[in-house]
Design a protein around this ligand. Structure first.
Ligand code: NAD
Ligand code: WQD
Length: 338
């Protein structure tokens, strides 16, 4: 029996992916320093799946800590989520972002190499497509031209891992470019629990609905879109989690670098999201139109053809499912994990 190491497995996407991996029969070890998550998420992964999950509260930029994990467990593949992810914060503290997001991948890959583990699935982001205007984005769309340090760290990590494969073709690297992950597990036990004021649309929306925040700011209503608000490709986090199960299988089977978009392939405007949320939850969402947010593009959505053909994976859940599940999580955990 072998283990999958999930770095950042206590976080939002990591916790849902651990559930999907455990339900698919994989054995999971988590390394997460809890810098942006709570141990309670790990307890809830255990309670949803009834499985044993080994947890290490380690900083994965530290090779000595990583060594302990690779010595104790027969790791066959790493799913690497750990890192910092707030765009605005990355502009204010670029060095912290470059340090954590690059050093984590470098330390991890060095320890993996020492232990002969050459399979890794990496969390990248649609943000690597930068301000490129032509949608839908396919994996061949130009990348770079990034607009903030966070995005550059994703772009640089893709480069680092591609160079590792170039140096040793026995490596298997699967790079996943997520679009906009939202929603929660249907149990309502795990979900997105941002620290402080949410940066993203869905957690802001659910916190307005639960009465923690007064009204939703809509950043721009003068985009060249059907109703003037920004268009994004929202993907249910459990669809995304299941995409990782397919990616792990692919990673274990193949060699080289494979890159896939994980999105729904559909674009929804901010107004469409608000209306879908109001319908799914029977709550009215007060909002205020604000100026555009710096760095935002008018529309971003994925071409999902490559993932469908090669990973045999497609998102299944609807925008209504995303709203219902996000709301169930928020309503049953108004203060998050506490
Ligand atoms: P998250 O912050 O909820 O999860 C990241 C986890 O990594 C956290 O639990 C945090 O405690 C942990 N972590 C951070 N630094 C660490 C370190 N040095 N050592 C060990 N653990 C560390 O974020 P998420 O939304 O679940 O995102 C997961 C990954 O997916 C990130 O790499 C993020 O950049 C990427 N991504 C996220 C989105 C999104 O919209 N959520 C979109 C595209 C890509
Ligand atoms: C969605 C839409 C906003 C909040 C970000 C990162 C990206 C990726 C995912 C990690 C936009 C509008 C938002 C609000 C609003 N993360 N909005 N009011 O900007 O597409 O992507 O998260 O890789 O890198 O940039 O997501 O949820 O912030 O915004 O009107 O309070 O909602 O302008 O049109 P975004 P988002």
């Amino acid at each position: 029996m072998f283990d999958i190491l999930v770095t950042g497995g206590a976080g939002y996407i990591g916790s849902h992916t651990c559930v999907a991996l455990l339900e698919a029969g994989f054995s999971v070890v988590i390394a997460d320093d809890l810098s942006n998550s709570k141990f309670e998420a790990v307890s809830r992964i255990r309670s949803i799946t009834g499985n044993k999950v080994t947890f290490y509260p380690y900083d994965i930029t530290d090779e000595i800590e990583l060594e302990r994990i690779f010595t104790r467990h027969a790791i066959r593949c790493v799913v690497h989520f750990a890192g910092k992810k707030a765009v605005g914060e990355s502009v204010e503290m670029p060095l912290e972002y470059y340090r954590t997001n690059l050093l984590s991948t470098i330390s991890l890959s060095r320890v993996m190499k020492r232990h002969g583990v050459k399979n890794i699935v990496f969390s990248s982001s649609a943000t690597v497509y930068g301000n490129s205007k032509k949608v839908p984005y396919s994996e061949k769309s130009p990348t770079g031209n990034c607009t903030n340090p966070y995005a550059w760290t994703k772009w640089m990590n893709e480069q680092i891992l591609s160079d590792v494969v170039r140096s040793d073709p026995d490596w298997s690297v699967v790079i996943l470019r997520y679009f906009n992950p939202v929603g929660a597990h249907t149990s309502g036990k795990i979900g997105e629990d941002p620290l402080g004021l949410p940066n993203n649309l869905f957690p802001y929306l659910t916190q307005v609905a639960v009465g923690k925040l007064e009204q939703l700011p809509i950043y721009g209503s003068d985009y060249p879109t059907k109703d003037g608000t920004g268009i994004r490709d929202y993907i249910h986090v459990m669809d995304l989690a299941e995409g990782h199960v397919s990616a792990v299988r692919k990673c274990l089977r193949d060699f080289g670098v494979q890159i896939y978009n994980l999105g729904s392939g559909k674009g929804h405007s901010v107004f469409e999201v608000i209306h879908a949320f109001e319908e799914a939850t029977a709550r009215k969402i007060p909002y205020v139109i604000c100026p555009r947010r710096e760095g935002d593009v008018s529309a971003s959505y994925a071409s999902t053809k490559k993932a469908a053909e090669e990973l045999h994976w497609k998102s299944r859940r609807t925008l209504a499912d995303m709203c219902t599940d996000a709301w169930r999580w928020q309503e049953s955990n108004p203060q998050g994990y506490c």
